[in-house]
Ligand binder design. Structure first.
Ligand SMILES: *[C@@H]1O[C@H](CO)[C@@H](O)[C@H](O)[C@H]1NC(C)=O
Ligand SMILES: *[C@@H]1O[C@H](CO)[C@@H](O)[C@H](O)[C@H]1NC(C)=O
Ligand SMILES: *[C@@H]1O[C@H](CO)[C@@H](O)[C@H](O)[C@H]1NC(C)=O
Ligand SMILES: *[C@@H]1O[C@H](CO)[C@@H](O)[C@H](O)[C@H]1NC(C)=O
Length: 301
C-alpha cells in the first residue's frame, strides 16, 4: 500500500519532506497563492491553513524551506520524530498554527500541507514579515561659533533598515544651500538583526536661526529643534542675568541712600545745630529720601 510505504518516511521528518515534495508534484489540489501576514518583534501571529472541515486528516505539516516547524500524523504530535519549533502550537480542529515571541529570523515563507485519508492534499503558502518599530529619533547638535552646525539624528532597534529623513521647512529649503546631508547609515545588530539608523546633516548659519526642524525614521519623528541660535541670547541679555544685575544695583543704591539719610538725620538733633544749618539739613534729608525712593523703584529697570 502506498501510504504504508510513505509512512516509513514520516519516521524521519527530513525523509518525509522528500516524500511530500513528491506527493505535491502529483496531487496538488489548491494552487497556493501566497498570503502575506505581518507580525511585530516580541508579538504573536496565527497562520490559517486550508481547512476543508474533513475529519480524516492523515497528516498536517507546517514547514519553511527544508525545515519542519510543527505538525501531526494520524493526530499524533510529530515532536517525537524530530525537533519542532517550541514557539509554535498547532490547533488540530481549526488547522491553525500560532507562533509566539516573534523575532526577525521568523520572517519567511511557510507552507501548510494537509493530507486527507481520502488521498486529497491541500497546500497553502503564507509569507510572514516581522517588523520592529524604531525608537523616537534623538538629535545632538554641535555648533562652531555660530557659523555652522552639525546635527546627528539617531533611532534604534527597527526593522527593516530605514533611512533617516530630514524635515526642513520649505522656506529654509529654497533659500540657497543652507543645509545638506553629510552621511546616512543603517547598522544592523548581528544578534537581533534589528537596525540602528543614523544621519548627520550640516547647517550653514549665515542666514541666522533655522527653526521647526525635525528628523524621521519611517513614521516616528523627533521633537522639533532649531539650529544657529545667535550666541548673545545665551549671554548678557539672558533675562535671569538682567534681573540679577537690577537687584544688585537697587540694593547698593538703597544702602547708600540709607547711610546718607542716617548721617544727615543725626546732625540737626545735635545740641549745637543752628537754624540755618537745620534748614539746609532738611533739604539734604529730602534729597537723600528721594534717592532712596529712586533706588526702590529701580528693580523694575
Ligand atoms: C502572545 O501570546 C501569549 C500567550 O498566549 C500571551 O501571553 C502574550 O500576551 C501575547 N503577546 C502579544 C504581544 O499579543
Ligand atoms: C557622519 O559624519 C559625522 C560628521 O562628519 C561623523 O562624525 C560620523 O562619524 C559619520 N558617521 C558615519 C557613519 O560615517
Ligand atoms: C528567534 O527565535 C528563535 C526561537 O524561536 C531562536 O532560536 C533564534 O535564535 C531567534 N533569532 C534571533 C535573531 O533572535
Ligand atoms: C553659507 O552660505 C552663504 C550664503 O548664504 C555662503 O556665502 C557661504 O559660503 C556658506 N558657507 C559655507 C561654509 O558653505
Amino acid at each position: 500500500m502506498a501510504f504504508k510505504s510513505n509512512r516509513q518516511y514520516f519516521l524521519n521528518p527530513r525523509l518525509s519532506l522528500v516524500a511530500l515534495v513528491w506527493l505535491c508534484a502529483i496531487y496538488v489540489t489548491e494552487s497556493a497563492t501566497p498570503i502575506h501576514i505581518r507580525g511585530e518583534v516580541g508579538g504573536n501571529v496565527t497562520f490559517h491553513c486550508p481547512d476543508e472541515k474533513k475529519e480524516d486528516v492523515q497528516f498536517f505539516y507546517f514547514q519553511t524551506n527544508d525545515t519542519f516547524v510543527n505538525g501531526y500524523y494520524d493526530s499524533k504530535d510529530l515532536r517525537t520524530y524530530g525537533p519542532i519549533w517550541e514557539n509554535t502550537r498547532v490547533d488540530h480542529n481549526e488547522k491553525t498554527v500560532d507562533m509566539y515571541r516573534l523575532n526577525i529570523s521568523h520572517s519567511r515563507v511557510y507552507e501548510c500541507i494537509i493530507q486527507y485519508k481520502d488521498g486529497s492534499l491541500s497546500t497553502k503558502s503564507i509569507s510572514l514579515s516581522v517588523t520592529a518599530n524604531y525608537s523616537k529619533p534623538t538629535v545632538t547638535k554641535s555648533c562652531e561659533d555660530g557659523s555652522s552646525c552639525l546635527v546627528t539624528c539617531v533611532s534604534y532597534g527597527g526593522y527593516p533598515g530605514t533611512e533617516v529623513m530630514w524635515n526642513i521647512p520649505v522656506s529654509e529649503n529654497t533659500s540657497g544651500q543652507l543645509w545638506k546631508v553629510v552621511n546616512n547609515s543603517e547598522v544592523p545588530n548581528p544578534s537581533t538583526m534589528m537596525y540602528n539608523s543614523f544621519s548627520t546633516a550640516y547647517f550653514n548659519c549665515s542666514k541666522g536661526e533655522l527653526t521647526y526642524l525635525s528628523c524621521s525614521v519611517g513614521d516616528v519623528t523627533s521633537d522639533m529643534f532649531s539650529v544657529c541660535k545667535p550666541k548673545v541670547v545665551h549671554g548678557i541679555y539672558n533675562p535671569v542675568i538682567i534681573t540679577a544685575i537690577c537687584a544688585v544695583v537697587a540694593f547698593v543704591i538703597s544702602i547708600v541712600a540709607l547711610l546718607l539719610w542716617r548721617k544727615y538725620k543725626k546732625r540737626p538733633t545735635g545740641a549745637l545745630a543752628v537754624d540755618v544749618k537745620h534748614g539746609q539739613s532738611v533739604k539734604e534729608e529730602e534729597i537723600a529720601l528721594s534717592i532712596k525712593e529712586e533706588g526702590e523703584r529701580h528693580p523694575e529697570c
